[in-house]
Design a protein around this ligand. Structure first.
Ligand SMILES: *Cc1c(COP(=O)(O)O)cnc(C)c1O
Length: 434
């Protein structure tokens, strides 16, 4: 890059000195992005295998998203919903048809959308299901990640996320993930209003449940008149090789056609890639029966549904269809896992490879408390590929969905080379003591 303004060293130093220490980033500074690539201030180029936690499924600075954003920003950016704007209505029609729901409630961040779903679920429980006011319970899973608000962290089982932020709101009941018996039992409880679940647990380390977990969970909820709430903030919008992870093996591939294997949630939560990373845009989708319990004044957000967000989200969803990103994620995901599984046989460092579409993880063959995954990520960075460990000794690998097969093969080579070098440099016994 020629217009370098600040070095990697200085950028990290300033952040360390003046920012809250609420993250532990890899020591890399990014100054430019394009497609699957990002560059640091010194001009070193990397493959981005985090994609901002799956927010940039469409790739960095997608030209169509840049154009949509620039043209709308210079026309009208924010009105608040005290007035109507001329983009939100078309966007509402577009996104509801796209996913097959009656209505959308627009928000900004994923956590806000989860909060919105919780409010909707509770209000529905009192007004439609007839639960006594203030008694509604929502079933959640162990090791969930739904965001960072005080209510959401109150039902996190991660001590770092939760501890020290009480007092905690109540009304949540935990079951193990991917456990239908536990769900069936929990559904026997008295005041259950909803079941909030990630169809694949991303932050927990890309935990893919049994094939029938989601469909059976939905069936059990329906039987008990309990809302099935899918948090697809990370898994949705092509990432897992279906338009949504709840699409299962649905083959409609483009716009959702409510195909036979589409497991339609009562409430669908989207965020992240809904804007292709351009802007915080999240959404909650539901049918009339649920959505219409919210009346004017009962929920909202200054920025939710603004023209800029609406325009960007429409374009971001359109790009997913036009560029067949879902299909690409499905096809390249198969290649990635089969290559990495073959490599696992010869690499002692890899315990397991799992995932769906282009949301994958390598589980490192080492004790959970070791820093091996972190150190491998540093080595990957040095070799030109950026990824980050998730909980435990797990590396999540999630490139933008626009990645080509050729690019993916280069990335697989980098990963193999890095693991092989790592094994030579650090005998496994050293890493265990690390
Ligand atoms: C990232 C994420 C969220 C929170 O989204 P923010 O935009 O960071 O608030 C919620 N749910 C899931 C599954 C996520 O991955």
């Amino acid at each position: 890059m020629t217009d370098q303004t600040i070095s990697t060293h200085d950028a990290i130093h300033l952040e360390h000195e003046y920012s809250a220490h609420n993250y532990h980033p890899l020591p890399v500074v990014l100054a430019k992005g394009e497609g699957v690539y990002v560059w640091d201030p010194e001009g070193k180029k990397y493959f981005d295998f985090l994609s901002a936690y799956s927010a940039v499924n469409q790739g960095h600075s997608h030209p169509r998203l840049v154009h949509a954003m620039m043209s709308q920003a210079s026309t009208l950016a924010l009105t608040s919903r005290a007035f109507h704007n001329d983009v939100f209505g078309p966007y509402a029609k577009y996104i509801t048809e796209y996913f097959g729901f009656d209505r959308v409630l627009p928000m900004n961040t994923g956590a806000e959308a989860v909060e919105t779903a919780i409010k909707l679920c509770r209000k529905w429980a009192y007004e439609k299901k007839g639960l006594d006011s203030g008694t509604a319970e929502i079933i959640v899973c162990n090791d969930n990640f739904h965001g960072r608000t005080t209510t959401i962290v109150s039902f996190s089982t991660d001590p770092d996320a939760k501890n020290g932020f009480g007092p905690y709101p109540t009304g949540f009941y935990h079951i193990p993930y991917n456990d239908l018996d536990a769900l069936a039992k929990a559904l026997e409880r008295k005041n259950v209003a909803g079941f909030l679940v990630e169809p694949i647990q991303g932050e927990a380390g890309v935990m893919v449940p049994a094939d029938d977990f989601i469909s059976e969970a939905q069936r059990l909820c329906k039987e008990k008149n309990v809302l099935f709430i899918a948090d697809e903030v990370q898994t949705g919008i092509g990432r897992t090789g279906g338009l949504l992870a709840v699409c299962g093996n649905c083959n409609c591939e483009n716009k959702c056609e409510r195909g036979s294997s589409y497991i339609k949630p009562d409430i669908l939560i989207l965020g992240k890639a809904l804007s292709g990373g351009m802007y915080p845009v999240s959404a909650v989708l539901a049918d009339n029966e649920v959505m219409m319990v919210i009346k004017p004044g009962q929920h909202g957000s200054t920025f939710g549904g603004n023209p800029l967000a609406s325009k960007i989200a429409m374009e971001a969803l359109e790009v997913v269809v036009d560029e067949k990103l879902t299909q690409n994620a499905r096809r390249l995901g198969e290649i990635f896992r089969s290559e990495m599984n073959a490599f696992k046989e010869e690499c002692d460092l890899i315990q397991l490879v799992r995932g769906k579409g282009l949301l994958n993880a390598i589980v490192i063959n080492d004790v959970e408390s070791s820093s091996t995954a972190w150190r491998i990520c540093i080595a990957l960075k040095d070799n030109g590929l950026l990824a980050k460990p998730t909980h435990g000794n797990i590396i999540r690998l999630a490139p933008p969905l626009i990645i080509t097969e050729e690019q993916l093969m280069s990335c697989i080579s980098i990963i193999k080379k890095t693991f092989t070098e790592f094994l030579v440099l650090h005998k496994k016994s050293d890493t265990i003591q690390a």
